[in-house]
Design a protein around this ligand. Structure first.
Ligand code: SF4
Ligand code: SF4
Length: 101
């Protein structure tokens, strides 16, 4: 995996993912749906199964500031995901910012 903007990646990890990190999200909502993986390792986003806290009319999280407390399945999208998560779409802001294709 080739990377770019490593400085921002490291800075975000060290400073706890502040507003610069948050601003990379383009609000597509894809990471707020259930995902399944088949036997061949292909990952499918279950677009008929959104998180119950996702407002699908605008892709906003309705509990954003309390999401980690309210939703057991919710976790911060951090550096590891930005670099490695195969379920993030190519147009995810983190994928576009850090992965070099
Ligand atoms: S997939 Fe990426 S751009 Fe889309 S909502 Fe999730 S973090 Fe934001
Ligand atoms: S709780 Fe987490 S997974 Fe659910 S909509 Fe909010 S950000 Fe997305």
């Amino acid at each position: 995996m080739k990377l770019k903007n490593i400085g921002l990646l490291i800075r975000s990890v060290l400073t706890g993912y502040g507003s610069e990190w948050e601003s990379l999200c383009n609000n597509c909502g894809v990471c707020c749906y259930e995902k399944t993986e088949n036997d061949d390792g292909a990952i499918f986003i279950e677009f008929d199964k959104p998180c119950s806290y996702l407002d699908t009319s605008n892709n906003n999280c309705t509990v954003y500031n309390e999401r980690f407390r309210k939703c057991r399945e919710c976790s911060r999208l951090g550096a590891w995901h930005a670099i490695y998560a195969r379920w993030l779409p190519p147009d995810c802001g983190y994928v576009k910012k850090f992965r070099k294709f």
